[in-house]
Design a protein around this ligand. Structure first.
Ligand SMILES: [Zn+2]
Length: 118
């Protein structure tokens, strides 16, 4: 499909190719809402209301997103280390880690590097 407003065949941050693109609905001014999803997960939209492009999902490989992910993982590592040194039993720690793991998108190695066996 050829979109009218969203240009570019690759994610500007990481070079990932387009996964899907579509015109989702037509505005009363005649222009179409456009959506383009890249293989990396970044999602770009054209909003005809104000004739503007916006990113509804940033590229996970952009410098800003990588820095944020690194910051979150560093803080999560501190939390895991604290829990490991606490008086919680191994079983209790495992349950806490399960909650943290699924509540946040931290890298799994954080939990393994702290000594967790699974
Ligand atoms: Zn990307």
């Amino acid at each position: 499909m050829k979109l009218h407003h969203l240009k570019g065949e690759v994610c500007p941050d990481c070079g990932a190719r387009v996964k899907t693109e579509e015109q989702t609905s037509q505005h009363c001014n005649g222009e179409w809402f456009e959506r383009r999803l890249y293989l990396c997960g970044a999602e770009q939209r054209w909003i005809p209301n104000f004739s503007r492009m916006q990113w509804s999902a940033p590229c996970p490989n952009s410098p800003e997103q990588l820095a944020e992910k690194q910051r979150l993982n560093m803080e999560a590592q501190k939390l895991v280390n604290y829990i490991r040194k606490s008086a919680f039993t191994a079983d209790e720690q495992s349950k806490i880690f399960d909650r943290i793991r699924y509540a946040c998108a931290f890298d799994n190695h954080i939990f393994n590097s702290a000594g967790e066996t699974r």
